[in-house]
Design a protein. Sequence first.
Length: 115
Amino acid sequence: MSKRNEGGGLVFSTNRSYFSDLLKESLGSAETLAPEAQNLVVRRDTARRRGKVVTLIEGFEGKDNDLRALGKKIKEALGTGGSAKEGEIIIQGDLVDQVGSLLIEWGYRKTKIRR
């Protein structure tokens, strides 16, 4: 038995496995795609950064740990700083060409580079 409110949201359920099944569904959908299946976009950006130039890598589909690992690998290879969160990697500086060539070298074939 389950009860729903007027908006359609679940309020109560006697099904003991409902929430564990729901959790498995939400975690299972966040599997990291293989590098050749990723559609990454590498671009230069200065918006909301007080004129400082950064390189953005957008479109990563997968777990946050894998996103942070890729960001760390890029930062170590280029010897620069940055961060990785919310599906994008931010690299300090205008390094669009270098990041694009690194990603292609590492097997990310569908990389679009916007200058």
